[in-house]
Design a protein around this ligand. Structure first.
Ligand code: GDP
Length: 444
């Protein structure tokens, strides 16, 4: 995410830190560079102008120049202003506090990720103990209805039965009645999109809005399209008065223009972000964390949240019990690896750790951690249960069989067992700390 932007910011800051004492001219120069970095990232030029002016006003003051760590102060100001640009301090929570069924309308251009995001949102809300009904109201693209039905089947979430050619406003109204009768508390409306904005489409969306009065009208924006997404968001907002934005495809190599301009231009908050094609790749948007990521400072809070969610799902108590009963074996080790995998790819996790992004780039040529993880799993899966529980059984011929079975080499198997025995030794030491120490570790 925003790798290019991050690299350039890091270069500007490195130079700034290189000056022992900062002069006003040093800061002006850094600001000129920041301005270029933002423009190259496709941030709206007016937004850039205001941003630089805000940073300048705070950074040129005597306090910063006289402070013991002037460069640090300037970087802090940039971070705070970036976060503010993306809406830090403003409400950006979904607001579903209304009498059920609460309609939530998603709109946007074709290909932005609307249908996928409807599915993701349904899953996201179900995890918050809501009971959503998916409503396909894009009647022009028959594949869109099918696509939503497929997503619904995959998630086990009901999709209202609409047919191509029906009036979309009627579909939404009928879905609302159906939801009220069948105990659904949220309606997720997947509306039609076009390749470009057109009046007919807007007219239809306005009619749906006027009839259903959705609590949330969310504009789905493709972050990869940069300023185009911002322009389109602006016109949707003018016609529909949207309540917020969902920014998709932030996992790709988007330059940052959409993320950094969309709130300032539309005045509407980014509420959620899409970070992948999988159904669970939808997250709340945190402006300050995003600013830290952009500046290469990592995002430890998100990492901790992910760890907590993964371990809770796995049931920490169960894992503890297994460890207590069986000790730390290759089998418990594999189960733990699976928990880690639930948190997302190792590469994406590493990027949340401050400085790790840079370290990863230096590892070029080494095996990618995710590949490594798959290999380890394949090796352990090729063992028998007895072998997994007692690695001392693993003699030469067994190791050869396992290497063949897992499509790896005997060296790979040897290396894994070596690493495992080292980890086991460490676990033994930890266990000596008693149940408290162990618990602390498991909850990480
Ligand atoms: P719609 O025309 O707006 O309904 O768009 P779709 O939901 O059909 O999505 C278009 C494409 O974007 C599909 O291939 C999706 O898998 C992909 N997509 C949607 N959201 C994301 C995301 O957050 N990350 C990535 N990488 N792809 C996404």
């Amino acid at each position: 995410m925003f790798d290019n932007l991050t690299e350039k910011f890091e270069a500007v800051f490195k130079k700034l830190r290189g000056h022992g004492r900062l002069t006003e001219e040093n800061i002006q120069e850094a600001l000129r560079e920041v301005r270029l970095v933002l423009l190259e990232a496709d941030v709206n030029f007016r937004v850039v102008k205001d941003f630089v002016a805000a940073v300048r006003e705070r950074a040129i003051g005597q306090d910063v120049l006289k402070s013991l760590t002037p460069a640090q102060q300037v970087i802090k100001i940039v971070r705070e202003e970036l976060a503010r640009l993306m809406g830090e301090g403003e409400e950006n929570d979904l607001d579903l506090a209304a009498r059920p069924p609460v309609p939530v309308m998603l709109c946007g251009l074709q290909g932005a990720g609307k249908t996928t995001t409807c599915g993701k949102l349904a899953l996201y809300l179900r995890r918050q103990k809501r009971n959503p009904l998916l409503v396909p109201a894009d009647i022009y693209r028959p594949a869109a209805i099918e696509q939503l039905k497929t997503v619904g089947r995959q998630l086990g979430i009901e999709v209202f039965d609409s047919q191509p050619g029906e009036d979309p406003v009627r579909i939404c109204e009928q879905a609302r009645e159906y939801a009220a009768l069948n105990g659904f508390d949220t309606l997720i409306l997947d509306t039609a999109g076009r390749l470009h904005i057109d009046e007919e489409l807007m007219g239809e969306l306005v009619r749906i809005r006027d009839s259903l009065e959705p609590r949330e009208i969310l504009f789905v924006a493709d972050a990869m399209t940069g300023q185009d997404a911002v322009t389109v968001a602006d016109s949707f907002n003018q016609q529909l008065d949207v309540t917020g934005v969902i920014l998709t495809k932030l996992d790709g190599d988007a330059r940052g223009g959409a993320a950094l301009s969309i709130r300032a231009v539309t005045g509407k908050p980014i509420k959620l972000v899409g970070l992948g094609e999988k159904m669970d790749a939808l997250e709340r948007f945190h402006p300050d964390r995003m600013a830290q990521r952009i500046l290469g400072m990592g995002d430890v809070l998100t990492l901790i949240e992910k760890a907590q969610a993964a371990v809770e799902a796995e049931d920490a108590a169960k894992m503890e019990e297994q460890l207590r009963k069986e000790g730390f074996t290759l089998e418990t080790f594999r189960d733990q690896l699976q928990t880690i995998k639930k948190m997302g790819s190792l590469e994406s996790l590493l990027k949340l750790i401050p400085g790790a992004g840079k370290a990863m780039k230096q590892m070029q040529g080494m095996q990618l951690p995710d590949k490594e993880l798959k290999k380890i799993e394949a090796i352990i899966n090729s063992m028998t249960r007895q072998e997994r529980r007692n690695h001392r059984l693993l003699n030469g011929s067994r190791r050869l069989r396992i290497a063949r079975g897992s499509g790896t080499t005997v060296q790979d198997v040897n290396q894994l067992i070596k690493r495992f025995t080292e980890a086991q030794k460490m676990m033994k030491k930890m266990q000596k700390l008693g149940p408290k120490g162990l618990k602390g570790m498991m909850r990480g």
